[in-house]
Design a protein around this ligand. Structure first.
Ligand SMILES: Nc1nc2c(c(=O)[nH]1)N[C@H]1C(S)=C(S)[C@@H](COP(=O)(O)O)O[C@H]1N2
Ligand SMILES: [Mo]
Length: 200
């Protein structure tokens, strides 16, 4: 017998719609291809690179001295979990590019990482407040397994674009696939358009 009270057993629902095919996850799963690299803050660097030239490099202290942003965003993983209202602190890519003083005609970047992971992004998806180098999650230092000391945060695209242990952005003229994109993931990865895999 089904009584009205049965509906009281429904799982809590998210406070707003999620992108198609996603479900609400209240924890923070870990997804890493390979091992968690250990990087001391003393040796940590972040660079903007063209070809193999490091055009501009920040140490940890130099990065923290830049104007910081606090952002609260939803995150969508291609494996279908979404977390709502995650709070992050970091420096926007706009701030980094501006502080670099570089002339940047390139239309794409390849994020590269300690440990070797890469992911490609259109320049338009990392500018105008859309992407950050982030080191705090929900008010705590970012845990190593989640990309600490610092990771890229590109919340409007699937979470594989948010490269953990990020070490720099390589400026590139022509789009090229990163680690998961070479394995069949979408070149852009907009969750609202369900751009999960090649051909989506
Ligand atoms: N360096 C690096 N960054 C990475 C990954 C990785 O394996 N290595 N996995 C990506 C994928 S597929 C996802 S879904 C998210 C997972 O981040 P989390 O482990 O903090 O949830 O990190 C992304 N960034
Ligand atoms: Mo993922």
């Amino acid at each position: 017998m089904v009584s009205r009270g049965f509906f009281g057993l429904r799982r809590p629902q998210p406070s707003r719609p999620l992108p198609p095919g996603q479900y609400w996850e209240q924890g923070f799963p870990v997804l890493t291809a390979g091992v968690t690299p250990q990087i001391s803050l003393k040796e940590w660097r972040f660079s903007i690179t063209r070809d193999n030239d490091e055009l501009k490099t920040w140490t940890w202290d130099e990065m923290l001295a830049l104007p910081q942003s606090d952002i609260t965003v939803d995150i969508h993983c291609v494996t279908k979990w979404s977390i709502l209202d995650s709070r992050w602190r970091g420096v926007s890519i706009d701030t980094l590019l501006e502080a670099s003083g570089l002339d940047v005609p390139e239309q794409f970047v390849m994020a590269y990482c300690y440990g070797g992971y890469t992911t490609n992004l259109p320049m338009a998806d990392v500018r105008q407040g859309k992407a950050y180098v982030a080191w705090e999650f929900n008010g705590e230092p970012l845990e190593p397994r989640h990309g600490g000391p610092a990771r890229l945060l590109v919340p409007h695209l699937y979470f594989w674009k948010s490269a953990k242990w990020v070490r720099g952005l390589r400026l590139i003229d022509k789009d090229a696939p990163g680690f998961w994109e070479q394995a069949g993931y979408h070149m852009r990865g907009d969750p609202w358009n369900e751009e999960r895999y090649w051909g989506d």
